[in-house]
Every structure is written in C-alpha cells, then in structure tokens.
Design a protein. Structure first.
Length: 150
C-alpha cells in the first residue's frame, strides 16, 4: 500500500537516505545528506511511503532547494529534486516503480512542470528512471543529473 508522507515519517525518511545515497556516503561521509529531510514539511515538500501492515519498506519524496544550498540533482529553484529508496530485502519487486509513479502523479497535481534526481550512471535504477521519462541533462561529481517533464 502507498500513502502520503506525514510529519511522523521523518525518522523513516532519514533511514531511507542511507539506502538512497549510500554511494555518496562512501565517497564523503561528511556530505550534507540530511538536507533532504531536515525540517520536513516546509513548502515544496511532498512524498509517498510504501508499507505492508505496520512495516514501511520504501519511500519517494521531493523537495525544493535554493541555489545556495543545492541538492545533488539540482536543476533550478522551481524543479523539485526527488529521492527514492526501497529497503534492500524488498528490491526487484516493482515497488520502486509504484513509488515513482505515485510521486510523479503527486508532483503533477502540485503543479510542477518537471522533477529532477541524481543517480550513479551504472545504477540499475537508471532503467526505471528512463521508463518514467527521465533524461540525463548533466554529469556532476560522477553522477548523472536526470530530469523528467511532467
């Protein structure tokens, strides 16, 4: 099942950051990853969580960043950058596809014209993103910045 993220989910989002950005953490453990969830609930924050019973197993969310504190997949101040992660034991079952579809639907409903993300070029997730219309617009720090028009 998928539902909208609420303020009670911030701890789970922080946990999911490790899964989403493990490659960035290995590169530099001091990178400011918590900017993706810090002070959750500000204007421009939205997301979805996948769960079965009491257990959450994945999340996808987006937030807007100012140019002065840009995220890894920053494009501009009007394009939300998304983060998505599924716990390793639940990968390969289509949950990422469901989460991404739900999040993109939410972004359309919120009036955004496009969304962005950052991904390692050799990540299996690149295929998922391409199926959802994402195209590489830049290479930055060893990662691809991808954008999908909504």
């Amino acid at each position: 099942m998928i539902r909208a993220i609420d303020s009670q989910d911030t701890r789970f989002l922080r946990d999911m950051l490790r899964h989403a950005y493990h490659w960035r953490i290995a590169e530099d453990p001091d990178r400011p990853l918590y900017r993706y969830v810090q002070n959750w609930g500000r204007p421009g924050d939205a997301g979805v969580i996948a769960f079965a019973g009491p257990n959450a197993y994945g999340a996808a969310w987006y937030r807007l960043f100012p140019a002065s504190a840009a995220g890894f997949g920053f494009v501009d101040e009007e394009t939300p950058e998304l983060t998505i992660a599924v716990v390793p034991s639940c990968r390969g079952r289509g949950y990422g596809d469901q989460l991404l579809s739900a999040l993109m639907d939410r972004a359309r409903a919120d009036g955004y014209e496009r969304v962005s993300l950052s991904v390692e070029p050799d990540s299996p997730a690149v295929h998922l993103y391409k199926r959802h219309g994402f195209e590489t617009v830049a290479e930055r720090g060893g990662a691809s910045v991808m954008v999908a028009d909504l």
